[in-house]
Design a protein. Structure first.
Length: 233
């Protein structure tokens, strides 16, 4: 039999159902690897990088609670929130960078975490659109809505839809559980690279009525012309 025919038969044998099975297995392998990286990152935060913060988180959340992760990034805090609240609770993770939000949503779904809601949204004091300044060439932990944060640094900027905590959880869409979950929010983590005060202003109703535990980062270098004291008033 001519060699060309043999090669044609070989190609036909891997281009049907078998090739799809190989492709499916490859996708499954990639997702498994990504979930392992997520777990590793979460444990690295708990054991080394942010031990006190994760300890506080786990100490304030219990099964059935609701937790909110503002500035979820790659989901290290989201992971521990879900572990703490269990299947009967819920986690809302907000991440304005599209690639990171999509990745975290895929990880949560692939892990069977149906009660983790990942929103590709920013949070601020008013709803609308803000410019997100992202240093570097891709997704970054330093992305911020504060214009001064990326001044003089190479990077990119693009518009991002934003809402407020109060508007999101008091949504008129009664098909969502947000209005029910409002009163069950026990912990709010916020890492918005200098935009924390605006996030809190947009959640004034939540903070005064529900009074969740707040876990947030606020440094002088993030405040620009403002002060850290403003955030605590």
């Amino acid at each position: 039999m001519p060699g060309g025919v043999l090669r044609g038969i070989a190609r036909s044998r891997v281009s049907g159902p078998a090739s799809r099975q190989v492709s499916d297995r490859a996708r499954t392998g990639v997702m498994t690897f990504e979930r392992l990286k997520w777990t590793y990152r979460a444990w690295r935060y708990r054991q080394r990088l942010e031990r006190q913060e994760i300890r506080l988180l786990l100490g304030h959340l219990a099964a059935g609670d609701v937790a909110v992760d503002v500035g979820a990034h790659k989901g290290a805090y989201t992971y521990w929130m879900r572990r703490a609240v269990g299947a009967s609770g819920k986690v809302y993770a907000f991440e304005p960078q599209p690639a990171l939000a999509a990745g975290l949503r895929s990880l949560a779904a692939g892990s069977g975490f149906d009660n983790v809601v990942v929103e590709n949204l920013g949070l601020s004091s008013t709803a609308g659109t803000l410019t997100l300044n992202v240093p570097g060439g891709g997704p970054s932990p330093g992305a911020s809505f504060e214009p001064g944060r990326a001044a003089g640094l190479p990077g990119q900027s693009y518009p991002v839809p934003v809402t407020t905590l109060d508007a999101y959880f008091q949504s008129a869409d009664r098909s969502a559980d947000r209005h029910v979950d409002w009163g069950r929010i026990r912990l709010l983590k916020c890492d918005a690279e200098g935009h924390e005060l605006e996030v809190f202003r947009g959640g004034e109703g939540l903070l005064t009525e529900v009074r969740p535990c707040l876990l947030f980062e606020c440094e002088r270098r993030h405040r620009g012309s403002g002060s850290v004291d403003e955030v605590f008033r």
